[in-house]
Design a protein. Structure first.
Length: 249
């Protein structure tokens, strides 16, 4: 089952752009929402498999800021799915902590309540943290972080913010993802070769993996292939191959 992957070098954080639900459904002459429903089943399967492999953080791009421009019936179907698919039982069974990132205030109140409830109920689970990015975009996140940094300094009107107060660390701490490490591996399904405003700051050194498989068809084996590809790469972070080899001795 896990042939071909090194269980001692599993990426700690995997981020996924789950794309292709609509095309998957259209190919079957079904409404797009049918594809989103099928996508939820994939989320379940991939979440359990990540827990089994020992992944610590799984960050799933579920609905982007730009997705608010979709037809209203598709948005409603997606919101409905968020509501019905957040079952405590599944998180408890897998010992998974649930977290949400994004501009949650834009979501229907009922959905917001469900999200917060699920976060609370699962807060003590420790096998893996599953993060769902909802109404999220990286530019929104970075803009919000900048505003917060400035606003915090203005609380005390005697202290103006100094340029050197803005450091990479300060910015990271004001991002939605401040409770987790950056992704080691970013997977995009569905064949498109773009990032679509996802985790732009955090993927500075992530390994990227693109596959044509539509999200509803993405299975454990596809996940293993992505992890296998990740494990064949040498992450150099600007250094030379030799330096990295010496460090690993
Ligand atoms: C990804 O699938 C899920 C969401 C963006 C909500 P799409 O709905 O983008 O599917 P395609 O790209 O149209 O096939
Ligand atoms: C990106 O998918 C967002 C999610 C997967 C939630 P899209 O399908 O909306 O991305 P673009 O618009 O094709 O780049
Ligand atoms: Mg798409």
């Amino acid at each position: 089952m896990t042939e071909g992957i090194d269980m001692t070098r599993i990426p700690e954080h995997i981020a996924i752009i789950m794309d292709g639900n609509g095309r998957w459904a259209t190919e079957r002459n079904k409404p797009r929402s049918y594809g989103h429903q099928a996508g939820v089943d994939t989320v379940r399967r991939i979440t359990s498999e990540c827990v089994r492999l020992g992944v610590k953080y799984l960050t799933l791009y579920t609905f982007s800021t730009e997705n608010w421009s979709r037809p209203s019936d598709e948005i409603a179907a997606l919101m409905g799915l968020v509501l019905t698919s957040l079952e405590d039982e599944i998180f408890m069974k897998n010992n998974v902590r649930f977290r949400v990132i994004g501009d949650i205030a834009r979501l229907p109140q009922e959905v917001q309540n469900k999200l917060h409830e699920t976060e609370e109920h699962t807060a003590k689970n420790s096998a893996m943290t599953m993060v769902v990015a909802l109404s999220y975009s990286a530019r929104w996140e970075i803009t919000k972080a900048m505003r917060e940094i400035i606003a915090e300094h203005q609380l005390d009107s005697s202290s103006f913010i100094q340029p050197e107060m803005i450091t990479e660390d300060v910015i990271s701490r004001h991002l939605q993802t401040n409770f987790m490490p950056d992704p080691d591996l970013l997977i995009r399904t569905g064949g498109e070769l773009r990032i679509s405003n996802y985790l732009l700051w955090q993927i500075a050194y992530s390994e990227l993996y693109f596959c044509d498989t539509y999200w509803p068809d993405f299975d454990e084996l596809d996940l293993h292939k992505a992890i296998g590809s990740f494990q064949q790469r040498q992450r150099r972070f600007g250094k030379t191959e030799k330096q990295i080899e010496n460090e690993n001795k």
